[in-house]
Design a protein around this ligand. Structure first.
Ligand SMILES: [Zn+2]
Length: 271
């Protein structure tokens, strides 16, 4: 995608003026390559903010097509996308091309499996989790810990949301917190209990902010614990910083069970 220079383009001036970013930070943001896995509520929120803030390369992976029930919270999509059943990753890339011609958004319409996750993750600066299924999250955790790439967990369901930044070797990984994956059907999903757009919006905004800190290299202000919030009850919680568990099968013993498992048809539901 070619970079259009617009007359008097001061597109990033307010972001650059923020002391945490500055012009040096903006250059690092522009040079960044971020992978967004899932393009539902969290994914569209993330891709929207990443494109507007000038992240130079954004790869977005999702296998699904846009449906009318997505439009309540999936902010890059419109009715025409649902009527045409456009793949979500493609619709997101098309929307971003209208928002910011100076960034490249590459859509990949595929299911993330043990067979392809490492090649998707390899070479990016960081990975944003915008799925709402645990199978894909455990796969991302394995791939990112193995390759030493930071990833940012995000989840939203009902009126609640959670986020955690995983810095391999520095902070707890997903398997430090939960060594075995909960069985499918034991956790609430957006399809069963619904989800509020505000919970999705807040979590994606927190994830974007962590991504920008990582691209800039401001590691002092990263979130090293699980953040939990409920927009309906106004409950906002943040735990103590989490350190890696030396007995963790993944980051402790470097056993990547989910990468080693055969590729399965993991449901990649929208958040
Ligand atoms: Zn771990």
């Amino acid at each position: 995608m070619s970079t259009q220079s617009l007359p008097g383009d001061d597109r990033y001036s307010r972001q650059i003026r923020f002391q945490g970013v500055g012009s040096g930070g903006q250059e690092l943001i522009s040079a960044g390559h971020v992978l967004v896995v899932g393009c539902g509520g969290l994914g569209t929120g993330l891709v929207n903010l990443l494109a507007r803030s000038g992240v130079g390369r954004i790869t977005v992976v999702d296998r699904d097509t846009v449906e009318l029930s997505n439009l309540q919270r999936q902010t890059l999509f419109e009715e025409a996308d649902a009527l045409a059943a456009t793949p979500k990753a493609v619709a997101a890339a098309e929307a971003c091309a209208r928002i910011n011609s100076g960034v490249s958004v590459v859509p990949i319409v595929v299911d993330v499996t043990s067979a392809n996750v490492e090649s998707l993750v390899a070479g990016v600066d960081l990975v944003l989790d915008a799925t709402d299924n645990l199978q894909t999250r455990y796969l991302l955790n394995d791939a990112c810990v193995k390759l030493g790439i930071p990833w940012i967990y995000g989840g939203a369901v009902s009126s609640t949301g959670m986020s955690l930044t995983v810095l391999p070797g520095e902070t707890a990984c997903l398997r430090c917190l939960s060594p075995t994956m909960p069985a499918s059907g034991t956790t609430d999903t957006c399809a069963t209990v619904g989800v509020l757009a505000s919970a999705v919006a807040i979590i994606s905004a927190l994830q974007w902010t962590e991504a920008i800190k990582l691209l800039i290299g401001d590691r002092d202000h990263l979130n090293r614990t699980m953040v939990y919030l409920d927009v309906w009850t106004n409950d906002f919680q943040r735990g103590e910083p989490l350190t890696p568990d030396p007995d963790c099968p993944c980051c402790g013993h470097r056993r990547f069970d989910f990468l080693a498992a055969a590729a399965t048809d993991a449901a990649q539901d929208e958040g």
